[in-house]
Design a binder for this molecule. Structure first.
Ligand code: NAP
Length: 270
């Protein structure tokens, strides 16, 4: 995933959060899942938000329009998210997407759909945890100064896609940092690796995916230079860590028409 499709601009004539003082009407897709149920609880406890629809697998999306939802939060599965997002765009409903597993082709389909609905905002956030967003930004900065960089992402074994969206986004950020600093490919003399022990390579960065019972969502970025190593690590121990980011996305998405990739775009990270 690259950021090439992301050119967000906050709309000056739209109000974030409440619409005319009334609570923002929010629907959750994947409401019975681990993330979806946590998001429902977070939205229900937010005074400026109103949870108007809980959509599960097999439910009719028309419940969103019947409930007059203004924002849909997609926390489903990679194979369902694109259709859900396209449906919401078609019905002029802003969308906050936490579901991972996006490809360039699917992102392009979202961008194309938005051309006919330029007022609709879509946020695709590979990670809603504030610390993970900061780690991605810090990784881009650190990447300028180290010859070597690799990513290890660690998740629970029920995760459907690998590598994680966060790892993809982090690899792109590191590649940007390296390119700005004029760094070439990372050093690696490996010539034989029939089993793929060196991991996936995204934007020139090796990514290793660990799936382990007991984990939630974790990422380590290791940078190596002559005689030193610098490690950035973020751990989400509980899905509640994602909820401040989900709520930020829900409140802001209507003010950012078009496709935005990454919650960092809504934050002032310099
Ligand atoms: P989960 O527990 O498996 O929940 C997914 C839910 O979506 C299930 O309840 C599933 O129902 C439902 N579903 C499937 N197809 C659907 C459809 N077409 N419409 C509505 N609901 C549908 O998974 P999770 O751990 O909550 O994760 C959900 C997604 O969020 C994953 O892609 C994960 O990688 C991502 N995630 C993102 C972040 C972030 O910060 N961005 C953080 C954590 C996880 P059935 O089980 O009945 O099929």
């Amino acid at each position: 995933m690259t950021d090439s499709l992301s050119a967000p601009r906050p709309a000056e004539d739209q109000e974030p959060g409440t619409a005319g003082g009334s609570p923002l009407r929010v629907a959750v897709l994947g409401a019975r899942g681990r993330m979806g149920s946590a998001a429902c609880r977070a939205i229900e406890t937010a005074e400026d938000l109103d949870l108007v629809a809980r959509i599960g697998h097999g439910d009719d999306l028309s419940a969103l329009t019947e409930a007059d939802a203004q924002v849909a939060v997609d926390l489903t599965v990679p194979d369902a998210a694109l259709d859900n997002v396209l449906w919401a765009i078609d019905h002029d409903i802003h969308v906050v997407v936490g579901t991972t597993g996006w490809t360039e082709e699917r992102l392009q389909q979202v961008s194309t759909a938005l051309e006919d609905h330029p007022q609709v905002g879509v946020l695709i956030a590979p990670n809603f945890a504030i610390g993970a967003v900061l780690a991605m930004r810090f990784a881009e900065i650190a990447a300028r100064y180290y010859e070597s960089a690799e990513i290890i992402e660690l998740h629970h074994p029920d995760k459907l896609d690998a590598p994680s969206g966060t790892a993809r986004h982090t690899a792109a950020a590191i590649a940007r940092g390296r390119a700005e600093a004029g760094l070439g490919p990372v050093p690696d003399a490996t010539r034989q690796d029939p089993e793929g022990a060196r991991g996936a390579v995204l934007d020139g960065i090796h990514v290793h995916a660990v799936r382990l019972r007991g984990l939630t969502a974790h990422e380590e970025v290791v940078f190596g230079g002559e005689g030193e190593q610098f490690t950035l690590r973020h751990d989400s121990f509980d899905r509640v860590s994602f909820m401040p980011g989900v709520l930020l996305g829900v409140r802001e998405v209507g003010s950012w028409p078009g496709l935005t990739i990454g919650l960092d775009q809504y934050m002032d990270l310099g």
